[in-house]
Ligand binder design. Structure first.
Ligand code: UDX
Length: 438
């Protein structure tokens, strides 16, 4: 199929590459020239395992190219909208500027029978509005909504082998059949392998994505709320998670207590959901998401408080090593990162913060140049009075507590992701403080 992908951020760049890998002829379009230049040269403009190799392979095959010109979308019959929907400045709602302008810019190049597929995460009701725009300005084109569930760090895998496909289709039977056939063809490999396909109306498809992220955020905040109770009672939240996780109805995944969730999706998506529900007069239905958000943000302060406890109440001029800046391992993304937030809060209290991360230093420095960044983990630890592990990179989980003991000024580690072998660290003479653990 000839496919265009509008927006080449995490979502779009991976989607375009994966579609080319699956045999389609793809053009990725973005207004950011630097991004397009990097992608055209086979370099992902962000860290995503496996993407560089796939990009190189796909561009070499001649099936994948990138462009800053929307005119290059003409000739494609399937157009994916994969632009960002960030949180608006000064509010909770999603900013739909990029979605609206992408559709407006695409309209002149659409032909009758073309299918436009929204992948961006949008407030429920957006697709219906955009379908009206297409009906008025590009008659004969069809809108579908096909939310994306990819996780950073597993983006390629999640795109090529998704656990489910969701198609939000128009009411009109012919248009619906055309859109479904186009999506089935685009995803022929996954469909052929028996991946479940859920077809629905626009509103349901939009809500599937919002509901999934709200559920995941709630699950994490639930276990973090249990961590708060564990801290008041001497219980161990990781044992608790193991025990309740054996109940298949609950499940152990996404029950890791720690410094909480961040990234470009969960925080802004739950906020946008509350804003949209309030617009719909149903604010109370998802009011609990405000509590989910509040629990999540409290865990960041909890980590800072634990550092202060270890320093006798003041961080001023005290040396603190912060290991991890990305919002999760295998990512260089620092958007709403709990790790970076902890580093910034400690710096704000006057600490000499020595921060490091295997991939995210450049992005962190661009946002917070006031922090002292070091590349090597060992350099971060030199002379540290407290060490905080805030992103559970494999490199940090595998650190040797015996060797490191000699480098730090004081062998105290705050394990803000409950990712260390606490017994091994204690045996090496460290004080280990976890979250929600005695
Ligand atoms: C998420 C959704 O998983 C994905 O389906 C959606 O498309 C986009 O948002 P992502 O933001 O890449 O993906 O990260 P995810 O792996 O979901 O982790 C989100 C955050 O939750 C991270 O900060 C992670 O550290 C945290 N987390 C996750 C926990 O604190 N505890 C857990 O048990 C799991």
């Amino acid at each position: 199929m000839r496919i265009s992908v509008i927006g080449c951020g995490y979502l779009g760049a991976v989607h375009a590459t994966a579609m080319a890998k699956l045999g389609h002829e793809v053009v990725g379009i973005d207004v950011d020239e630097r991004k397009i230049e990097a992608l055209s040269a086979g370099r992902a403009p962000f860290f995503e395992p496996g993407l560089d190799e796939l990009l190189t392979e796909a561009t070499a095959s001649g099936r994948l190219r990138f462009s800053t010109s929307m005119a290059d979308a003409s000739g494609a019959t399937l157009h994916f909208i994969a632009v960002g929907t960030p949180q608006v400045a000064g509010g909770y709602a999603a900013d739909l500027t990029y979605v609206d302008s992408a559709v407006a810019a695409l309209v002149p190049w659409l032909r009758e029978g073309d299918v436009v597929v929204g992948k961006s995460t949008v407030p429920v009701g957006t697709a219906e509005r955009l379908a009206d725009v297409l009906a008025a300005d590009a008659p004969g084109s069809i809108l579908a909504w096909n939310p994306e569930f990819l996780r950073e760090g597993f983006a390629v895998e999640d795109t090529i082998s998704p656990d489910r496909l969701v198609y939000g289709l128009p009411d009109d039977a012919d248009a619906s059949a055309t859109a479904k056939a186009a999506l089935d063809e685009a995803y022929a490999v996954a469909v052929g392998q028996g991946t479940p396909v859920v077809t629905a109306d626009y509103a349901t498809a939009e809500l599937v994505k919002t509901a999934a992220n709200a559920f995941l955020a709630t699950k994490i905040s639930f276990i973090n709320a249990m961590a708060e109770i564990a801290e008041a009672t001497g219980a161990d939240v990781t044992r608790l998670a193991d025990a309740i996780g054996y109940d298949a109805r609950i499940g152990r995944r996404f029950l890791n207590a720690g410094v909480g969730f961040g990234g470009g999706c969960l925080p802004k998506d739950i906020r946008a959901f509350t804003a949209r529900a309030e617009e719909l007069g149903r604010g109370e239905s998802v009011a609990f998401l405000k509590e989910v958000d509040a629990i999540n943000l409290r865990r960041r302060q909890r980590v800072v408080d634990l550092v202060l406890d270890q320093l006798g109440g003041s961080a001023h001029r005290r040396t603190v090593a912060v290991l991890g800046l990305a919002f999760k391992p295998d990512s260089d993304d620092v958007r709403d990162s709990p790790a970076l937030d902890v580093a910034v809060r400690l710096r704000g209290l006057g600490a000499d913060v020595r921060a490091t991360d295997p991939e995210a230093i450049a992005n962190a420095r661009a946002r917070h140049p006031q922090l002292d960044y070091v590349d090597a983990t060992t350099d971060a630890l030199d002379g540290a009075e407290v060490t905080v592990i805030v992103t559970e990179w494999k490199q940090y989980r595998g650190l040797d507590p015996v060797a490191l003991r000699e480098r730090v000024a004081s062998p105290v580690v705050i394990d803000a992701r409950n990712c260390l072998d606490a017994d091994a660290w204690r045996a090496a003479g460290w004080t280990v403080v976890g979250l929600g653990r005695p």
